[in-house]
Design a protein. Structure first.
Length: 346
């Protein structure tokens, strides 16, 4: 199955599993649509002799073929989704007007809410599906009075409405579950389980983006690494459970005393990193000094007061790398640790 996808579908270059899922769904949708429209076009033309429906099949096949090739080249999922939504809607509305409820034509309406909610998300897909079925139901209600077909009556119409609503609700619940699972997995993947701060992986990614902004737009950028003084002594004296509590409480102090534009992460062990975009060293020093005062005055459970050492630096030379910026920051932290602790060095 994997080799089949690689042969026929677009190359998977998305790190996000939800985007990959969408890519698989829309590729499958276009491929199966092309095959189905070829088969039905042949049947309608040569067997049933319904030339108008067969013409619709040919037009739909051509649009799906173009969309399939275009998606493989560009991987523009949004554009392909819009084409898919428009094609399904127009085809189904036209099919309903021309073919009425004959040959189980109504069954094809189920593909719209599935496609819409998978590709557009549960909220937008729900709205699109409701609009789609309102128009479709209007066509079928019109048919109660003007179609000369004894199979289509008020009971059939009510059944169609009820099954449509149940289908929409079921698909909405499934896609909402996928959405919530994505949010939870994202949170787990980027946060430190103990402190709730960003983990090393996410802090590296944030730093990369902020450093690119510094290089491109000449935006000031400062960073700070802080380390709890004598943390090993705390663990050895009070135990690791108390040590973990200290890390949690310190994390709360950092969350409550940094700006929304700042990014805080657990750098490793008892070290924390603060990224401060749009902030030069003078501004950063004021911010970090406030945090230091909050830490020094806080009464930690079991241990009372503690201190931290801070190393800071500002991105100044566009030719230096992120690694060099971190090295500078780390060196300033060690200067603070080796010259008496409980201080800020920049």
């Amino acid at each position: 199955m994997n080799s089949f996808y690689k042969k026929f579908f677009s190359k998977f270059t998305f790190d996000d599993p939800i985007l990959t899922r969408k890519l698989i769904v829309i590729n499958t949708f276009f491929l199966i649509g092309m095959i189905a429209f070829v088969i039905f076009g042949i049947i309608n033309f040569f067997v049933i002799h319904d030339y108008l429906i067969s013409l619709l099949d040919v037009i739909a096949f051509a649009i799906f073929l173009f969309s399939f090739i275009n998606l493989k080249k560009t991987q523009n999922i949004d554009k392909a989704t819009k084409i898919g939504i428009v094609v399904i809607s127009i085809f189904m509305f036209t099919f309903a007007i021309i073919n009425h409820d004959q040959n189980f034509g109504l069954i094809w309406s189920i593909f719209f809410p599935i496609f819409a909610m998978v590709m557009m998300g549960h909220k937008k897909g729900l709205i699109a599906s409701l609009i789609y079925y309102i128009i479709l139901d209007s066509i079928f209600f019109y048919g109660l009075f003007y179609w000369e077909n004894t199979n289509w009556n008020m009971l059939s119409f009510l059944r169609f409405i009820i099954t449509s609503l149940v289908l929409i609700f079921a698909i909405f619940i499934m896609e909402y579950t996928v959405y919530k699972m994505k949010i939870n997995l994202k949170k787990i993947s980027i946060t430190d389980p103990l402190t709730g701060l960003y983990n090393r992986r996410e802090i590296d990614e944030t730093m990369r983006k902020e450093y690119e902004n510094f290089l491109r737009y000449d935006i000031s950028l400062s960073v700070c690494i802080l380390d709890i003084d004598n943390f090993k002594h705390i663990n050895d004296t009070y135990g690791h459970a108390i040590g973990d509590m200290v890390l949690i409480q310190l994390s709360e102090i950092l969350k409550n005393n940094t700006r929304k534009t700042d990014t805080i992460g657990r750098w490793g062990g008892e070290e924390f990193l603060i990224i401060m975009p749009h902030t030069d060293m003078d501004e950063a020093f004021v911010n970090i000094k406030k945090i230091k005062q909050k830490i020094n005055s806080f009464q930690f459970e079991e241990i009372g007061h503690l201190t931290c050492s801070f190393g800071m630096s500002e991105a100044q030379n566009k030719e230096e790398s992120i690694e060099k910026l971190f090295i500078k920051t780390d060196e300033n932290l060690y200067k603070a640790k080796n010259t008496g602790k409980d201080k800020i060095v920049y």
